[in-house]
Design a protein around this ligand. Structure first.
Ligand code: C5P
Ligand code: MG
Length: 176
């Protein structure tokens, strides 16, 4: 569904950038990325941050006003967070974190449904169970850290696409 947010953010998806890099025949990281994605593990941050930073630098080089980014699926673990802090120290402010809260059962059902057409090697039950484990062990603690800093905006993502979108818009209307 293509509804766009009017607040002038450039949307960057860490997972999408990794999937693109995996397809790039010139990349030396293709195999490693595929292995991590299938296992539901988090790719070493040096790779992910270089992809994110390249996109951010290219976007701002083309238009200096485009300096606001909605970064999707990052940071996912301690390594991601440290890499971000090291690379972005003094360069980027984190305004807030959107937390799409949804129980495991619904997430798994949605991804299995998506798997019918996504072509993603991790939209299957086995990879999804691993991704849930990674989330609980590695990602949730990072969300908790941002929560302590008062930066987390929680959305009930078990609702319909339209309801979730409306909640997101409300947050951007206030914070954006
Ligand atoms: O966010 P998304 O569901 O697209 O992520 C898919 C996979 O990409 C993750 O399960 C993980 O293997 C990889 N990924 C990563 N580091 C990130 C984001 C995604 O390793 N920051
Ligand atoms: Mg994603």
């Amino acid at each position: 569904r293509k509804k766009s947010i009017k607040y002038g953010y450039t949307h960057l998806s860490a997972g999408e950038l990794l999937r693109d890099e995996r397809k790039n025949p010139d990349s030396q990281y293709g195999e490693l990325i595929e292995k991590y994605i299938k296992e539901g593990k988090i790719v070493p941050v040096e790779i992910t941050i270089s992809l994110l930073k390249r996109e951010m630098d290219e976007t701002m080089a083309a238009n200096a006003q485009k300096n606001k980014f909605l970064i999707d699926g990052f940071p996912r673990n301690q390594d991601n967070l440290q890499g971000w802090n090291k690379t972005m120290d003094g360069k980027a402010d984190v305004s807030f974190v959107l937390f799409f809260d949804c129980n495991n059962e619904i997430c798994i059902e949605r991804c299995l449904e998506r798997g019918k057409s996504s072509g993603r090697s991790d939209d299957n039950r086995e990879s999804l169970e691993k991704r849930i484990q990674t989330y609980l062990q590695s990602t949730k603690p990072i969300i908790d850290l941002y929560e302590e800093m008062g930066k987390v905006k929680k959305i009930d993502a078990s609702k319909s696409v339209d309801e979730v979108f409306d909640e997101v818009v409300q947050i951007f209307d206030k914070e954006g």
